[in-house]
Design a protein around this ligand. Sequence first.
Ligand code: FAD
Ligand code: NAP
Ligand code: SF4
Length: 701
Amino acid sequence: MTAYPNLLAPIELGHVTLPNRVVMGSMHTGLEDRAKNFPKLAAFFAERARGGASLIITGGFAPNIAGTLLPLASKLTTRREAKQHKVITDAVHAEGGRIALQLLHAGRYAFTPWCVAPSAIKSPISKFKPRALTSRGVEKTIDAFVRSARLAREAGYDGVEVMGSEGYLINQFLAPRTNKRTDEWGGTPEKRRRFAVEVVRRIREEVGPDFLVIYRISAVDLVPDGQTWDEVAALAREVEAAGATVLNLGIGWHEARVPTIVTSVPRAAFASYAGRLKSETSLPVIATNRINMPEVAEEILGSGDADFVSLARPFLADPEWVRKAAESRVDEINTCIACNQACLDHTFKNQRATCLLNPRAVYETELVLGPTRRSKKVAVVGAGPAGLACATTLAERGHSVELFEALDDIGGQFAIAQRIPGKEEFSESIRYFRRRIEVTGVTLHLGRRVTAAELRDGGFDEVVVATGVEPRVPSIPGVDHPSVMTYAELVRGEREPGQRVAVIGAGGIGVDVSEFLTAQPSATLDLDLWRAEWGVGDPAESRGGLTKSLVETPKHDVILLQRKASAIGKGLGKTTGWVHRAALKAKGVEQVTGVSYDRIDDDGLHVSFVAADAGAGKGKGRKAANGGKGGKGGTADGARAFRVIAVDTIVLCAGQESVRTLADELGDSGLPVHVIGGADVAAELDAKRAIRQGTELAASI
Ligand code: FAD
Ligand code: NAP
Ligand code: SF4
């Protein structure tokens, strides 16, 4: 008996029978753009097919040059290119998997000067204004889709996915926001739908019945002047009649100001749209977005809302996701925490995607973790992300590993992160490592602050120091005042904050702490509350499914400060920073930049700034350093101005220092000592670097 009968039930889809309901959704890895990288892409897909994904969808390939996301980016337009794909389709089929190629025309989202769109309206996320397609151009674009579908078939793919969501070209035709045409391709909802329907109809005519045509439908656009629900439902029926095999849901355009996949979005937040679409057509429906664990998927499938679930990033984090579910090893799943740090943030910086938690993802042929030839006895000190990744990988390779942790539990700084509202998923990583320690046979010593002498006398062949970081305490006069606490003391619940709080330091942790102090603790877990905060409404009631957001008054008044004059949150992730900035603004967090911290006393935090620089605080959501609430006002003294910020609590988020005592003491021990993670370099440390460094070291011992 399985706990996931719906998830693991076989199903007929068009001409094929699939072994389960888990589709690996399309992701651009960065390997699609050059055929010389296809063997690496093949290895990436093959590992996921072996791990149980029943149907894989590739990253997007453009049907013509105008549709590429970037100059020289992935496209499928010639027979020569089609032949180069054989290595991919053969590798997946050899593992018993199925694979469909995604056809994506970027339209006005293309970062090219030759981009096209239904109308010449620039998108807010591209610097290029598109050229409006002529009627002949529209016809030629449809022909290009058809040609690519034919080539995909020749290349051995089991089908194509027609990308009709996320605000790309087809979606641009569908919405009045971007389609202002008055010819046969716009002007009424029916005419706006014609392009999508003709693409599907003519592809089906070309490829015949025994080929999957997946239509990715934008269930809710989440932009002003997007589609109404009636329009989405009509489209579903029309693409069914045109020959689509299955509807895969897309949620929100890339330019939407509602987060749709980041970690603070509740799990399965958009699954109900799948159920609504199912009642509009007889096509099978694939639910998507923030489905990262088997129980979530099973619930959606069991409720009848969808026939399949699509997981994309979870397959980066764990290629064996399906197999582990089938073998009742769910506690071994390396759960995607939806951080975007190593996948989407890389893609948007034109770097190869991988996974913060699984650095082998998309590096399968390069980061090889085979068994060791000579088993060694290795001590790993520190069970934060770096030490955990290193210890478990070493043990998996056949080394005998002892892991020492000073605290009573594993996780290091990550254990603090999981307490931030919106980062609850991080606890899954700690659960994963806890189980992996058991599975790989690492000997874990908790509550053990190991000394250099113990390590020297312990008979170890090698020592890995992963002792991490501790909060920096800046040398501000009065920093030992009772109102001052570190972020670790605050977030761990060791100290209670007052009502008015100043946060010193506005890096990732300062922003997280500001959210900790102002967020509704349950917003990530309570879908209605989350929808209200982000203004997610019903597309049956308003175009695009947007409504007015309602934010409850936060429990604390927070002022967030930094010394730099630049905008707060600049260093945050490309795909997540805007979500944090919007949340701070919505919660009324005052943001002050360009300050010097002069002293702390019973009156609060005394800051000063260059008077001419008072404008340093200008800009959205920011205040001039000499203004704002909670202060006694500013006085100018020559070139400097002063402000006393009257607060009850001051939280230090001023970066971190490496914990290196042990590494220094072991320096002349004669033992091979490796220093990784925050203990190695504290500046710009994140879990991505810590885990990669730990894994790479383990691969080399
Ligand atoms: P640490 O996590 O500091 O772990 C070191 C461990 O060593 C600790 O458990 C410590 O107790 C132990 N130790 C120290 N000395 C000894 C000794 N002598 N003997 C035994 N044990 C010892 N990173 C991201 O990538 N993304 C995020 O979104 C993110 N959010 C964060 C939010 C918050 C609020 C915080 C605090 C951190 C966040 N981070 C995030 C940062 C991330 O957690 C750190 O970069 C990461 O934990 C560093 O890993 P590490 O293993 O090098 O060190
Ligand atoms: P950080 O990003 O380096 O920020 C440190 C902050 O402290 C900066 O705002 C800095 O700004 C300030 N600061 C530095 N030295 C100071 C001093 N002596 N006195 C006063 N202020 C000082 O580091 P962090 O916020 O501690 O985060 C640590 C790491 O965790 C980051 O590198 C980040 O990658 C990771 N993290 C990531 C996320 C995420 O969402 N991806 C979230 C949290 C943490 P000024 O010098 O301008 O004052
Ligand atoms: Fe998921 Fe983060 Fe890994 Fe991307 S980097 S796959 S979001 S855990």
